[in-house]
Design a binder for this molecule. Structure first.
Ligand SMILES: [Zn+2]
Length: 448
């Protein structure tokens, strides 16, 4: 028996305490308490995630939970959604699976964790695009899903064929990895036949979920969806936002911006949503750091509604392969807002508006692969819902896939990401040719 999660949980708890008072670039997920349990079947496994669902509901965030177990049936790690904490958006990307995969990468070596193919990932709700990309990137090939999500789930059409991933190697990988076990019950609403990949042989003959447990994972999520969405949609309208460049250099918001990114506010785009070549040096500097951090020389800049540069960050793939530049930029901005509000800086959201009014610009365009899928999904989660349609919030400089390929991929994502009345995750090349040329000339090249 191996319950190595304890050390990580304690260290993480210490980091959270430190993180609540120190603004910086270190991102740390909050952690739920793990209970040492040995799992004997699919029902047991989903029951364990249902427990996390209750903790998530109690915290006031989306009621979703998950766990990682090894092939001996030991629970390795448990986690629940942490998008909302203290009634504030803590991290729009803090879905159970995304956090579990970052935790896995961060602790694999130090805790001697099994290889991904010898781990079973169990989740109470169908993975979204971000989490599916994260799972496929990490190579978790045994995934057990309880409830369906017909809006944002990768199996939104319940076919287990994953049409969103058609034309890519991700489709076969998902078909071989994602199991939707049978649900046994007397009601029609809370029972189903098994679809998707066969569940891992780890579970022996116990391959079904009992309907009570399944119903909890399904109804608890449905019950929190509208409440939580309302809670995180309280941001000021765009015309009430104030320009952070007018802040005194001693203001806590100004200081927090500079602590998160020393070049913050050094550049302002000539038109808020249309940066020029003046942005290039910041992206190039971050892209160079991205290579040092194990990436392929990419970076993402974030401009606010006034066109001010808020941050331009590298990824940190040496720590976790899903810590892409986009992921760390959106998480960094959320952390900035969350920490200031938790520290009682009431004006924080007047100067740091909802990200749907901001512009994210990649140095190099995304690729249609698991990391790209995760980024598309993380953009959707960041926006949370419908976004202003009079601009392009999601842009890239140097292309790595054609615009037609990117558009077709975005069009095929589950309804939350592709419906006209929802997020609309389409990414477009930036209009400024001088910016593209400056990036092409200055970005570091790698053999990766
Ligand atoms: Zn997710």
């Amino acid at each position: 028996m191996r319950f190595t999660w304890k050390k990580g949980a304690i260290l993480s708890a210490v980091s959270i305490l430190a993180g609540s008072v120190i603004l910086g670039n270190v991102l740390q997920d909050t952690h739920a308490d793990a209970v040492p349990t040995t799992i004997n079947g699919v029902q047991d496994a989903v029951y364990e995630t249902a427990d996390q669902v209750l903790h998530a509901s109690d915290q006031g965030t989306f009621s979703v939970g998950g766990m990682l177990m090894d092939t001996d049936g030991n629970v390795v790690y448990v986690q629940h959604n942490n998008v909302v904490n203290n009634d504030l958006t803590f991290d729009p990307t803090a879905h159970g699976e995304r956090q579990m995969i970052d935790w896995y990468y961060e602790n694999k070596e130090s805790q001697n964790l099994p290889e991904p193919e010898n781990i079973v990932l169990v989740t109470s709700l169908d993975p979204c695009a971000m989490c599916t990309g994260s799972i496929l990137q990490a190579g978790f090939s045994n995934v057990v899903v309880s409830a369906n999500d017909t809006y944002a789930g990768i199996n939104y059409d319940k076919s287990a064929l994953f049409p969103s991933l058609a034309g890519t190697s991700m489709q076969a990988a998902a078909q071989d990895s994602f199991s939707y076990p049978a649900v046994l019950g007397l009601t029609e609403k809370f029972s189903r036949k098994a679809t998707g990949a066969p569940v891992s042989s780890v579970f022996g003959e116990n391959v079904a979920i009992e309907d009570q447990t399944y119903a909890l994972t399904s109804t608890a999520f449905d019950a929190t969806l509208s409440d939580v969405s309302a809670k995180i949609n309280t941001d000021l309208p765009e015309n009430e936002l104030l320009d952070p460049k007018t802040l005194a250099t001693t203001d806590p918001i100004y200081l927090a911006l500079k602590a998160a990114y020393p070049h913050a506010l050094e550049y302002t785009a000539p038109s808020p949503n249309a940066p020029d070549e003046g942005l290039a040096p910041y992206l190039i500097e971050a892209a160079e750091q991205d290579i040092a951090n194990g990436g392929d020389g990419n970076a993402v800049a974030l401009l606010d509604t006034f066109g001010n540069l808020i941050m331009a960050l590298p990824g940190n793939q040496a720590v976790s392969e899903i810590q892409t530049p986009f992921m760390l930029t959106t998480r960094g901005y959320a952390k900035l807002r969350y920490d200031l509000q938790m520290n009682g800086v009431a004006d924080a959201t007047k100067y740091l508006g909802h990200p749907k009014y901001n512009t994210f610009i990649y140095a190099k365009g995304m690729e249609i692969n698991p990391q790209g899928l995760a980024d598309f999904g993380a953009f959707g989660s960041t926006m949370e819902g419908a976004i202003p349609t009079d601009r392009t919030q999601f842009q890239y400089g140097v292309p790595r896939a054609t615009q037609a390929e990117l558009d077709a991929f975005a069009d095929g994502l589950p309804p939350f990401y592709s419906a006209d009345d929802s997020v609309n995750v389409h990414i477009k090349q930036t209009a400024n040719q001088d910016l593209i040329a400056a990036l092409e000339a200055g970005l570091p090249t790698t053999s990766k």
